[in-house]
Design a protein around this ligand. Sequence first.
Ligand code: ADP
Ligand code: ZN
Ligand code: MG
Length: 484
Amino acid sequence: MNREITYEAVIGLEVHVQLLTESKIFCGCSTRFGQPPNSQTCPVCLGMPGVLPVLNRKAVEYAIRTALAVHGTIAPRCRFARKNYFYPDLPKDYQISQYELPLSTGGFLETSDHGTVKRVRIRRIHLEEDAGKLLHAGAMDQAEYSLVDFNRCGVPLIEMVTEPDLRTPEAAAEFLKLFRATLQYLGVSQGNMEEGNLRCDANVSVRPTGASEFGVKTEVKNMNSFKNVQRALEYEIQRQITLLKSGQPIVQETHLWDAEKEVTLPMRGKEEAHDYRYFPEPDLVPLEVSPAWVEEIAGSLPELPTDRRRRFVQAYGLPEYDAAVLTASKALADYFEECIQLHRDTKLVSNWIMSELLGYLNRDGKEITESPVTPAQVATLLKLIQEGVISGKIAKTVFEEMYQTRKNPETIVQEKGLVQISDREELNRIVDQVLDQNPGPVSDFKGGKEKALTALVGAVMRATKGKANPQLINDLLREKLGGG
Ligand code: ADP
Ligand code: ZN
Ligand code: MG
């Protein structure tokens, strides 16, 4: 009997998102990315003495949009707080954030986990300002000097914190992707992890499967892609399980993901010993959001990924799984809907996009917006199959060629002579030949082995280089062999 204990993970995420406003959250400086260092600064975002912050209304609006999209409750009155800490990228030595009274509390997002809808609760969403950026001359702990760029200082951020509702690294990555898609549909952020406008810290603990209490958690930081979030969590979960199995305790601490070495390493104790001495920001009045404004924003929300996913299931009859894949990005969902304007078989379109198109795009690390094949070309290809001009099998070859060359499917079919043989006379001749050459399978089939037919169909396909109409082959074979 195997009595080894199994463990399950418990994960909660803290996500920071840069909002796409034109100016910073407390001053008029531009938020434009990639400008010369320190060219987008002013006395306010440089933390000069005597200056006063003025809240950017657009940043509040974007935060409310996001909060409403995840079913959060907007506080009629919230306030800003100073989070105090010393770091060279923070000229004021405090970050204006929100603490006790965040802009939004509660809410949820429903992810699609292998075709099953799961609800992940959201604890809060608050507004804060970003810090500057350090450029180290060499590895951080050995650098001779570091340079600081304050352009990012004061760029508006929202922080979103989930409840510990996630159970696997994959589910955590899926949730993040859904949150990013939601931000993109809302138009409030680019949500690009690699560029740092979406950043995620993950809290994780493990417990014996079935236990009701949570274990001691660690926090993992420094992951700059969905893949890295998943990998870092997988590593950290394994590390914790190994410790527990050998009877050692988990220490509550922060770990940094090292993407090169694929390990998480604990931050040194001192760096971690934060006492932020939060206190209410005296330079900003409490923020009062009128119900009318909330209502106005609520009325302007676009269709969101989860709504669109549901609509794809209900209106197009797609499986939940397909709907989740196809709505993962707005561009992909748009692409799909363009295709089905031109070809009504929704499931067929979905199959071709998911297995062929996404297969090639993923292989090449490309986005749907870079697809060499257009929706019109997909629809034409499917029409060629439907009209019996080419077989489904040949269509795959044609699709590959379309992807490589951007040529239209008809052109490829003509150039390569791929038109399906649907001519009864012509196929008749070939089928007769095949039957002559394959006495074994023929007698097997006559003796009752249904499966022998597959071998004969295959032989006809080979003889026609895959161009024979499969339905017609089947009919002809069964006629001639008198079975079925
Ligand atoms: P802290 O006080 O350490 O900041 P919080 O309770 O504020 O912890 O939670 C921070 C994040 O950690 C949230 O996303 C929450 O869901 C998650 N979390 C809390 N407890 C656990 C746990 N035992 N295991 C995993 N995640 C947790
Ligand atoms: Zn400024
Ligand atoms: Mg906390």
